[in-house]
Design a protein. Structure first.
Length: 277
């Protein structure tokens, strides 16, 4: 099984694998695939994948997309936007507190999938019936969370770059905790450590393993420690440099540098040296 391709259905979306068979498929090509939802247009992210452990029931790429497929796809996008407007009107009629985020038709229009945000569970059966009578297709409504909303809306993060979730993350981290922010010695200010979704930044997980490893043997701010110049109180840390500063009475500030490897044996040890400011 050599000619396997990875595709997604929207920018930054989850990757799905299909058999390319004998088709000459390249990265960036638009292809037509059959999914559980129906026939869909997808973009090839990686082509000619080899030695990939894949499920036995992986489906085939039907063909490359042609101009008619692309025209239908663009027309479906316009109709999906109109469906959101109609859904808002119907929800208002039934007094349903729903915030519609996104909608999409399958290429063959056998299904209309809509995502919405709500503070509690919603009985949307009547809404789905009216939408089905308008668009003559199967309606599926999915309630999503605030992280999914941020992914759909997109935007610019605190770092000045496009949001990770909307640009390249194919799935959210399994868990993000406040302990990760503490581990990285970050200010526990919600404006600094929360993303646009109002939840903890996904990027806190990116370097957590590194910080956990580097924090070994580094004391916390406020701890009483001993140095070559005497006992003092830890007043600052630089985790990545594996250094901390100690205020020693009658001496001043002493910087303690922990070596990650011993120059003599080449193994990890806790030898350190210090210098006075």
């Amino acid at each position: 099984m050599n000619n396997v391709v990875a595709v997604n259905f929207k920018e930054g979306g989850k990757l799905y694998f299909f058999k390319g068979n004998e088709l000459n498929i390249l990265d960036g090509d638009l292809v037509i695939v059959e999914t559980e939802r129906g026939i869909q247009l997808a973009k090839v992210i990686m082509s000619n994948i080899k030695n990939k452990e894949l499920v036995l029931d992986m489906k085939n790429v039907l063909r490359k997309a042609n101009e008619k497929d692309i025209k239908t796809f663009n027309s479906n996008i316009k109709d999906a936007k109109r469906a959101i407007v109609d859904a808002k009107k119907i929800a208002h009629k039934y007094k349903l507190n729903m915030n519609f985020i996104d909608a999409s038709f399958t290429l063959d229009r056998t299904q209309l999938l809509m995502f919405f945000l709500a503070e509690q569970r919603i009985d949307f059966r009547e809404l789905a019936k009216e939408l089905a009578s308008i668009y003559k297709t199967r309606i599926e409504l999915r309630q999503i969370g605030v992280r999914d909303k941020a992914k759909e809306i997109a935007g610019i993060g605190q770092c000045g770059r496009e949001l990770c979730c909307s640009s390249y993350l194919t799935c959210f981290p399994e868990s993000v905790s406040i302990s990760m922010a503490k581990n990285q010695n970050l200010t526990l200010n919600p404006n600094k450590i929360n993303g646009q979704c109002g939840r903890l930044l996904c990027c806190l997980t990116y370097e957590d393993d590194v910080y956990s490893d580097y924090r070994i043997d580094i004391p916390n701010i406020g701890d009483e420690v001993s140095t070559e110049k005497g006992k003092g109180t830890v007043i600052s840390l630089d985790i990545l440099k594996r250094t901390y500063t100690v205020s020693v009475p009658d001496v001043g500030k002493v910087e303690v540098v922990l070596k990650s490897k011993c120059d003599e044996c080449g193994k990890k040890c806790n030898k350190w040296f210090s210098r006075i400011w």
